[in-house]
Design a protein around this ligand. Structure first.
Ligand code: 0O2
Length: 267
């Protein structure tokens, strides 16, 4: 077997993980910017450790000459959603992207594993640019709810602790916990619209306040200082009143004033 230069081999995988975390976080930002509910709550990425790669290769009888093709999760992305429905929305988003190509999918949401594990897995091909040119990387994307993630994290730690010899009573407890997680996700889905409405209002308010404060700051540079102080006082009054419609009206009014001064686009 030829020498494995691990750091050189894993570099592009690390790059893929870093790039994809940035890209999926950007999706969250875009939704928030638009004042809309984001189907993605949280994104994390990890590079499989060399010891885990060796362990998986040994367990599955994979020849180390071919581990890059055979081990699909050297680069791993985890997308956490609030609701089960969001998972399928994220799957659609991934399928529509032009920067990744689907290799395979596993729906462990509708087909729960015997362990109680639930998650949606997609293996994609993703290109990274390196000194030596373009390299196609396989990336495993796991998509699950916050509740599913809670269960999987605990179960994974216990699997590690007991090294595949988990006592039956713990296995039984985990199985009951998996049932409870399933019910929890169903209950949360039932109030999804209410929660989404609340979160949308929160985002809209946050964006309106940010717009108002940017306008006030820009106006402070070009307009009469006393006039800007009066505007700020008015903003605090409306803000404290807590009337969302009045706040939005005030923001639109301020846009017009800023436009008059040509202050809207000032950074
Ligand atoms: P790690 O440490 O997370 O990287 P298999 O070998 O058949 O179990 P396969 O064919 O590689 O797995 O694919 P599968 O079943 O889609 O599992 C891939 C990954 O999903 C696993 O990677 C885990 O991260 C996660 N997973 C799958 N089943 C379970 C489970 O029962 N419990 C938990 N907590 N996670 C699971 P690795 O390499 O096994 O582990």
């Amino acid at each position: 077997m030829k020498i494995q230069l691990w750091r050189e081999i894993l570099g592009p995988y690390e790059l893929a993980v870093n790039e994809l975390v940035v890209k999926f976080n950007h999706i969250i930002d875009e939704y928030k910017e638009a004042g809309e509910y984001s189907p993605i709550e949280l994104v994390t990425g990890r590079l499989k450790t060399i010891s885990s790669i060796l362990e998986k290769a040994q367990k599955k009888g994979i020849d180390l000459e071919h581990f890059q093709e055979k081990i699909e999760d050297i680069a791993g992305i985890r997308i956490i959603c609030q609701f089960v429905e969001d998972i399928y929305k994220v799957v659609d988003i991934i399928k529509r992207r032009s920067d990744m190509r689907i290799k395979s999918e596993k729906d462990y949401i509708n087909n729960m594993k015997e362990s109680g594990y639930r998650s949606y897995h997609i293996i994609v091909y993703y290109n990274v640019e390196t000194m030596k040119g373009t390299k196609e990387i396989q990336v495993e994307i796991q998509i699950r709810t916050l509740a599913m993630n809670f269960w999987a994290t605990i179960e994974h730690s216990l699997q590690y602790k007991y090294n595949k010899n988990m006592p039956a009573h713990i296995r039984q407890r985990l199985s009951s916990a998996a049932e409870a997680i399933l019910i929890l996700d169903q209950e949360m889905s039932a109030v999804r619209d209410e929660i989404m409405d609340a979160q949308n209002s929160f985002n809209i308010k946050a964006n309106t306040v940010a717009d108002i404060l940017t306008n006030i700051q820009n106006l402070y540079r070009v307009a009469n200082k006393q006039e800007v102080i009066n505007i700020q006082d008015e903003f605090f009054r409306i803000y404290q009143n807590g009337d969302k419609d009045e706040l939005e009206k005030f923001s639109m009014h301020l846009d017009k004033i800023a436009e008059r001064y040509g202050a809207q686009s000032l950074k």
